[in-house]
Design a protein around this ligand. Sequence first.
Ligand code: IDP
Ligand code: MG
Length: 151
Amino acid sequence: MTKERTFVMIKPDAVQRGLVGEIIGRFEKKGVKVVAMKMVSVSKELAEKHYGIHKGKSFFEPTVQYITSSPVVALVLEGKNAIEMVRGMMGETNPQDAAMGTIRGDYGQFIGRNIVHGSDGPDTAEFEINLWFKPEEISSYTRIDEEWFTE
Ligand code: IDP
Ligand code: MG
């Protein structure tokens, strides 16, 4: 199985609303492996680097403000096709457009409070994992149920 890694951030609204366990539980049950995890009080500098691609857009400053307003939970998840799969589990950026059954569709209402972030491609995933985690913070291990997530 070709494993792929993606960066996920559980945003301040989800932490404040007690949704951390629920969200991580969805990934765990899907069989996506948590290989790194920490709570972070995000600095303005880190938020601006993370959302650097959106600099100049109208929502850039409000998004930086949102992400730095209260702690987030940062994760690296690993699995087959993890980047696309996690984006699918998150749903559309705007929770109003996100399908029911997705994280944003089930728990969000506003685009500016959309619960969760996931890398959108291999280059972004690599950039974001390196931005948020040191190599030694990422673990390599075998889940006891791993063979049941493999054909
Ligand atoms: P994504 O998170 O689904 O990849 P992006 O378009 O990359 O969506 O936008 C990054 C983040 O910026 C969104 O998740 C959301 O928090 C915020 N954002 C994007 N568009 C808007 C908007 O129109 N209003 C408010 N916030 C926005
Ligand atoms: Mg994006």
